[in-house]
Each structure stands twice: as C-alpha cells, then as structure tokens.
Design a protein. Structure first.
Lengths: 266, 659
C-alpha cells in the first residue's frame, strides 16, 4: 500500500520528545514515567487497553494537562507545561474522541474556524469584510475549499454539522484540524464507531494527509488492523507505563503486548 | 423531415476545429472545482485537446490503437476521447465502478494500449491487473492526489502528457495534427462501447463517426437543440446515453456540458447551472418526488395545505396547459398563482427551472410520477434507445405524451415488428458490429441492416406510438394465439401502491391469471384508517375487503388492456392474493428484486392448478426461510376471485406505420 522508505524516518529528527513524564489525578497515576519521541513525517500510533493513559498522553502533549514530572521537547523547545492555545499556535492540532464541532455551524464555517489562527486582520476589518480583510478571506476560503475537496465533503459544504451522520462529522473535525496547517496532528480514535467502509476512507485520508501535506501524525486507535497498516511506529501503554515501542512488526511479536493488550487466550 | 445538408462535418475532431473557429468564446465545458464553476471556451478546449493529442502521439499511440477512458465525468476525460480520435485512435470508455476483473476483461478484449483514468482508485485497479494486460503501455491519470510516490515508469499525469506534447515545435506540430484530423473520415470507427450485459460477457458495440454524428444531429433537430443548451454530465461515461448527450450532441450543436463537483452534489450543481436538456432514469425522478413528499409532511400545516391545493390543481390542469390544450381562464389564473407559490420554487429545487426537454428511459416509469412532473410544467418525455442504435430509436414528440408509450420513431429511423412481436429497427445510427464477435453480430443484425432489439412491443392503435412490453424472450402466447407479455401486465398492477409484487401466468394456457402480494405499508395504513383488524400479513392478505380493493385495481387494468389492441385478449380472468410475501431468501425473487416466474409457478403448483380448474379456494402450505436461516411452514386457505373482462375497444385509427 505505501511505498515509503522507513530509513528516512529512522534517521529523521524528533519533532516531539516526551521524557519521563508522569501525571496523576489525586491518587491515580494516569501516566507513569513514560518516554518516547515522534519523528518528523511519521505516523505514530499510541495503543493500549482502556484506561492505559492514551488520551491523557495526548492531553499532556497539547498542553491540556500539566504533568507533575518530566519534560516535553517540541521543535527544540523544552517545557514542562504549556497552554492549549500556545500549542495550537506552535503547530499542534487535534481531534477528539467525542466529536467537538460547532454543531449549528456549517461544514464550511467549521473549517474556516480552523483558519482563525492564521488570520491577521483584526476583528474590525473582518467585521466589514472590506479591503485587506476581504483579500485575506479569499485566501483562507481557498485553503478551506482545498481541504473540502481533499476530504471529499463538497456535498455537505452548506449543511449544519449537527445534522450530519457521525462518520461525516469525524471527517469535518479532521478538516478543521487540517485547516490549521499543523506540523503535528493528534488524532484521538479517528475511527471509533465507524463501519468498515468509513474506516477505509478515513485510513486513505490519513495516509494522503501524511503523504501530500507532510503532516506528522500521532493517533490513538483501537482497531489493530488499522494501526498495523497505517503506522510507522507504535508505542504501547498499559496502566500508565510504556511496555513496548517500535515498528508494527516488532510490537506485534512482543510478549508483554500480547499478554497485556491483545489478551491471553482464555 | 429535415433536409440534410449535402456535406457536413463528419468527425468529432473536425467538429471541434469548426466550433473553435465559429464559437470560439462560447462555453464548451464547465467543471465545479473548489466550490467555483470553471469554464473552458471552445477555443480553450481545442488547445487542451491538441496538447494532449500530441502528447499521446509522443507516447506511441497510433491510428486504430485503442485507448481506455475510466472515471467519473471529468472534462479531461472527455478531452482525452477527442484527442485520441484526432490521431485516429479509438476510445473505449469503461464503467468506472467495475471491479478490476471486469476492467481486465474489457481492456484485454479491446487490446487497449493506453488507459486514461480519473484517480488513484482507478490506477490501483489497473496496477493490480497489469500483468494480464500485455498491450497496456501507459496509464495516464487526471487527479494527482496520493500518486506521488508511485513508480512512474508507465504512469504519467495528464498535465505531464500535455507538457510532452507542447515540447515540440508548436507550429509544425499543429499543422501536422490538423493533417491527421483531415485524414479522418465519417466511416472510421469512432468509439467502442461495451454493454454491461446482464448475461454473459460484455459485448463491444462498434460505432462509426457517421453513426454517432448522424444520430446526434437528428436528435438535435428532433428537439430543436442549439448552442444555448446547458446539460449536466453525471451518468457513466461508458454508457451510450452519456456519450451521445454529453459528448456527441454537444460537439454537433455547440452546447455546454457541465461536470459536477462530485457524484454527491449533482442536485445542487444542477440547480446552480439550470440545465435546459436533461436525461435521467425513472429511479431519479422517483427519488426526487419521494423526497419532496417526505419533506412536505414535515412542513407547517399552512404550507402543506397550500402545497396540496396547488398540486391537485396542477394534476387536473397542468398537463393540459403544457400540451397547449384549451383550458378555462380561471384554471389558467390559479395555475399562474400556483406557479409563483409552488411550481416555480419546486422546479428550482429540482434544478429544472429552465428545462426545455427532459427525457426518461431505461425502464417503465410510474404514470403518477410521470404526470406529476408534467403537471408542474416540466416537459418530461420518454424515449426508447439502445447502444446498438446510437441511442435513438423512438421518442415522444412535444405535445404527444403518454405515460406508457415510448413515442414515435426518430428522424431517419425505421421500426418494424416481426411475427413474434419483437421490435426491429434500422437507422444511420445502427452499429457496425460487435468487436471481435461476428457470431453475435450476425445473431443481432440482419444482412440488410435491421437490428433485433430483443424487446417485444406493439404500436398503439390509438396514436401510432410504440409501446415496449417485455423482453422478447419472456413474451408468450395464450392457447388461442393472443400475445401474452407478463411483465407488461405485472408493471401495470405494480403501479398501484397497494400491490407490491405481481406474477402473471398465461403462456400456453387458456387465459391470464395473476398472483398478487399486497404492500404491507400501504394496505396496513389503509386498514388502520378503515378499522380493519389484522394480526399478520397472511390475515390481512386474506381479508375480503382487501380482495374487494384489489379486484377494483385488477378491473382497471383490464379496462386499460381492452383499449390496447393486441393486448385486449390478455385480460386477467382470475386472481389470488398470496398468503406470504415473495422473498429473495426463498428464491422467489432475484437479489435485484425481480420475480422468478418459473420458480414461483413450480413452488405454488397447487395454487396454479386452482387458478385454472375453477376452484374458489385452495389449501396450501409453504416452506419459508427465516432471516436466521431456520425453516418453517405457512399454511392456509387462499381464495381465488373471478374477474369479468371488457370487450376490446376497436381503434378507429389505422395502426401506425414507421417513418
């Protein structure tokens, strides 16, 4: 399916590095001393059983949670805590496990909302949609339309997203994240609740996104087939600890993963 | 009949040169891209076609080579056809949703050298079958997405091929190219269209430029189409209809072809363009109507009343106004008001505000649906066509519209019936033969140029219109020799919402009988309204009141058959309502929901005996398969109702002769 050389990635620089990160909520240790990196241009999967700390990990990366210990290095800058809006400005976009869109706005408006960070004219210019603000709007609308074309959602351009079926809402959410032109895209279960055909479509979009725009992607997914097909490298978490890290082939054969994640045969 | 010019432009590349000279600034093609309609004038199309043609020649495409076209309706795929034809190659459009195996058969059979495809999906299919196609040297794609990292040894983008063409000395190559075009003649092979073929392998129908262009010119004349028409190209490019509507007729008259943004956006795109000439199979009109009715149910009570008032008015008067019959002034006034409040907004929704001619064909359309659109003032007509005829055999002339006929022969088309009732036709559009299949050609086409359509029909004695009744092989005879067309009778019955399925029997028997299935939704809601209590399908089906209601429908069908000349003897004498629904799981229907008559006659043997031995009721038990695979039996008493037949109406007009 993909003919990309894994050599590039192995030699590639780390876009993001997580070092010895720990996070607890009261007495519960959600993440326990986890380290891994995400290299530029790769598709990195984070897998693990329910409650393994996957979503918490994404929340740490984009600054929603602040870890008690450890360091995060993004594009060469090391920090312990960060605000989500700063993460977004720095080039990290994400989608959510439960779709989080503006339900009463159209697909187009939702995707345009993803362009907000890239708009430079201030509120008053935009209010009148005149002169430079208009010119800017045209540029951004073009980008939004390219994304609509890319994700094949032309037919729902003017439909309020609240009326759309779940699979399409997921696609719109991906479109909004993509509209930010992120360097790192975090996808939290992009295929949850989808049927086989929708999963295939979504896989194609993720691969094309990576191939066409060169976006680095970190995704959480439960469908093992999808994970093994899509990702360059996989990190496996269990009860907040990292138990394996490597290419899909390596991870698949790891006994700890088979026991903990895929389950021991009963 | 229209006087033919003594000389005319006889190939598509020549027509393109002519259009580019005479209509250089008129739009030839549009496509919606990134939400905006992009337009190409005839002059620009010429430029695109020339660059691509020169590129194809550089890739080694020669006269008589075959070139496959696979994808949704995109401007570049249409241009590729003309580019190929300009250097004497023959385009072979292939159904874009075919699986790789089917594509492999067609490409190998046609000996395709170059394939021009829409996108990654089609490229992947071709790569997966590449080793079975030794003749295939290059694959050219339109949409570049996802293809960057593919091995480009045999793969090229459309733009790269055009660049290849443009690298040469511009003036010299343009001259050479026009010389190549001048070499083309009307009798050359223009296109090979593979018919999807419900039985056996697809057959490649060979059509010459003369076939396609003469047929298109006649069609343009028949409906007065000119360069101002707008059509939307959305049906498969491999289907002869699209080839004629979106390519041939456009080149002949100079009208503009619009490619939708994506297959899902057609309704909206059609609304934006406002097509003036349209074609759609009955299913599409049906869906639009259902959608309207469902949405109206959700509208406010006031809007609903306004809607129904004016729709009822249109039902009574709209068609008469469209047919220019005399209509009282008050009816015209209400119609005018209705147009402002209901009809025009509806037509706008359907994208049919500016429609001049809309056709439906392919299968029978429900008379209610047909009349609904006509009553709104939309000139919806039926036509009868085949790939082997370059589409046009018969069509309904303006003002002579009947819901159940397919009209009169088009210009220069001759139609006759053989002794078995099969329709034969001869016209300038008639195909040369099936590619590499002289045997099948001889079966279908007589030495003097008549083509067997495979359909049985008759000319309505009232108006001389052709009616298609069934596939010729399914048509039988009663013992007294009367024509018996089961599907024709079944379709008439099935147009009643209360009847879900019908099975007509009569071949080699004394008279016609039918077995019916009620529609549980329609009859169920009737039962609710009329306080008829029932516990199961079987109970409802056996209810005397249901029998009375269906007897009325059968009687109406008999009455209409009585008026139809040769069909008058095939009126229904006895009928029964089956005690179970026909089901594909029990093998009674095909997976595409067509009744399997022979199988049903065997399975319900005792009922068939009862229908013909005069019994009033029959005891049966039938095995059924449940959804989980378990088997069970349904047993019960099935009543049989006798019907009276109507005397045949003798037509005053003589039977219509073909032109």
């Amino acid at each position: 399916m993909r003919e990309r050389s894994s050599v590039d990635i192995a030699a590639g620089e780390a876009l993001l590095a997580v070092e010895n990160v720990s996070l607890s909520f009261g007495g519960v240790r959600a993440i326990n001393d986890v380290s891994f990196d995400i290299r530029k241009g790769e598709i990195r999967a984070i897998i693990g059983p329910n409650g393994a700390g996957k979503t918490s990990m994404l929340n740490v990366i984009n600054g929603f949670y602040h870890p008690q210990a450890g360091r995060i290095t993004f594009k060469g800058t090391t920090r312990r805590a960060m605000r989500p809006h700063a993460a977004a400005a720095g080039g990290i976009a994400r989608t959510f496990q439960n779709v989080a869109l503006f339900k009463s706005m159209t697909t187009l408006d939702n995707i345009m909302a993803g362009r907000t960070l890239r708009m430079h004219r201030n509120f008053f210019w935009q209010l009148f949609r005149y002169g430079p603000a208009m010119a800017e709007e045209v540029v951004h609308r073009r980008r939004a339309e390219e994304i609509i074309d890319f994700l094949e959602i032309q037919h729902i351009r003017r439909v309020p997203v609240g009326k759309l079926p779940y699979g399409l809402q997921k696609r719109v959410e991906l479109g909004r994240a993509l509209a930010m032109e992120p360097e790192l895209l975090l996808l939290d279960e992009p295929m949850a609740g989808m049927n086989l055909e929708e999963k295939e479509d979504m896989s194609r979009f993720i691969l094309n996104m990576n191939n066409h725009y060169g976006t680095t992607i970190a995704l959480i997914e439960h469908d093992m087939g999808v994970v093994m097909d899509l990702s360059d490298r996989v990190v496996v978490l269990d009860y907040g600890r990292k138990i394996a890290d490597g290419t899909p082939e390596v991870v698949k054969k790891n006994q700890a993963v088979i026991d903990a994640y895929l389950g021991i045969a009963h | 009949m229209r006087a033919e010019a003594t000389t005319y432009t006889d190939t598509f590349p020549k027509l393109l040169l002519m259009n580019a000279a005479q209509r250089s600034d008129r739009p030839a093609m549009r496509e919606k891209d990134l939400g905006i309609w992009q337009t190409w004038t005839w002059e620009q199309v010429l430029g695109e076609v020339r660059s691509f043609a020169l590129g194809l020649a550089q890739l080694g495409l020669k006269r008589d080579d075959k070139i496959a076209i696979i994808g949704n309706n995109r401007p570049r795929l249409y241009w590729a056809m003309c580019s190929a034809q300009s250097i004497g190659a023959v385009p072979v459009p292939v159904y874009q949703d075919s699986v790789a195996d089917e594509i492999a058969y067609v490409l190998a059979h046609a000996g395709v050298k170059i394939a021009v495809v829409e996108n990654q999906e089609q490229v992947d299919k071709l790569i997966s079958i590449a080793e079975r196609l030794p003749d295939l040297t290059h694959i050219i794609y339109d949409e570049t997405r996802g293809l960057r990292d593919y091995d480009h040894a045999r793969l090229k983008s459309f733009v790269d091929v055009q660049k290849l063409g443009n690298q040469q000395d511009a003036r010299a190559s343009a001259v050479q190219w026009e010389e190549a075009i001048a070499q083309g003649k009307g009798s050359d092979l223009a296109v090979i269209l593979y018919t999807s073929g419900t039985t056996g392998r697809p057959k490649g129908v060979m059509l010459t430029f003369d076939n396609v262009i003469k047929s298109s010119r006649n069609a343009n004349a028949y409906d007065n189409l000119d360069e101002k028409e707008e059509v939307i190209a959305y049906l498969p490019m491999a289907w002869v209809g699209d080839h004629i509507f979106s390519y041939a007729q456009s080149y002949c008259s100079g009208y503009c072809v619009n490619c939708p943004e994506s297959p899902e956006t057609i309704i909206e795109d059609r609304r934006e363009i406002g097509t003036t000439y349209a074609f759609a199979p009955p299913r599409i009109y049906e869906n639009l109507l259902t959608l309207t009715m469902v949405r109206m149910e959700d509208a406010s009570p006031f809007k609903r009343r306004v809607f129904h008032y004016f729709i009822n008015h249109a039902r009574q008067w709209g068609e008469k106004i469209l047919n220019r019959e005399s209509v009282p002034i008050h009816a015209r006034l209400i119609n005018w008001l209705g147009d402002i409040l209901v009809y025009a907004p509806l037509k706008n929704r359907y994208g049919l505000s500016r429609i001049r001619v809309a056709y439906t064909a392919g299968e029978a359309i429900g008379p209610e649906i047909f009349r609904y659109y006509r009553s709104l003032g939309i000139n919806l007509k039926q036509l009868y066509g085949q790939t082997e005829a370059s589409v046009y055999i018969t069509a309904q002339p303006d003002g002579e519209i009947h819901a159940d006929s397919v009209g009169k022969p088009n210009y220069e088309v001759e139609v006759k019936l053989d002794e078995k009732g099969e329709v034969l036709y001869r016209s300038p559009g008639v195909f040369v033969g099936y590619y590499k299949d002289p045997e099948k050609t001889a079966e279908t086409k007589t030495p003097d140029g008549w083509v067997r359509s495979g359909d049985a029909g008759f000319f309505d004695p009232k108006n001389g219109h052709l009616k298609i009744i069934d596939r010729a092989k399914d048509v039988g005879r009663l013992k007294d020799g009367t024509l018996f067309a089961p599907k024709y009778i079944e379709n008439k019955l099935k147009f009643y919402p209360n009847i879900r399925e019908a099975v007509a029997l009569g071949d080699k028997r004394d008279f016609v009988t039918v077995m019916l299935n009620i529609d549980l939704v329609a009859v169920g809601s009737w039962a609710e309204r009329n306080n008829v209590i029932y516990a199961s399908y079987q109970e409802l089906a056996a209810h005397p009141k249901v029998y009375d209601m269906l007897a009325e429908h059968v009687d109406e069908v008999n009455r209409s058959l009585a008026e139809e000349g040769p069909m008058a003897g095939a009126q229904i004498k006895r009928f029964l309502i089956l005690h179970k629904e026909l089901d594909a799981d029990d093998g009674e229907l095909t997976r595409t929901m067509k009744v399997r008559r022979g199988f049903i006659a065997d399975r319900y043997g005792p009922l068939v005996v009862g229908l013909y031995d005069g019994s009033k009721e029959v005891n049966v038990s039938t095995e059924v398969t449940f959804e989980d695979g378990r088997k069970g039996t349904i047993a019960g008493l099935v009543k049989i109702r006798d019907m009276k037949t109507h005397p045949a109406v003798i037509a005053a007009a003589p039977i219509g002769k073909a032109a």
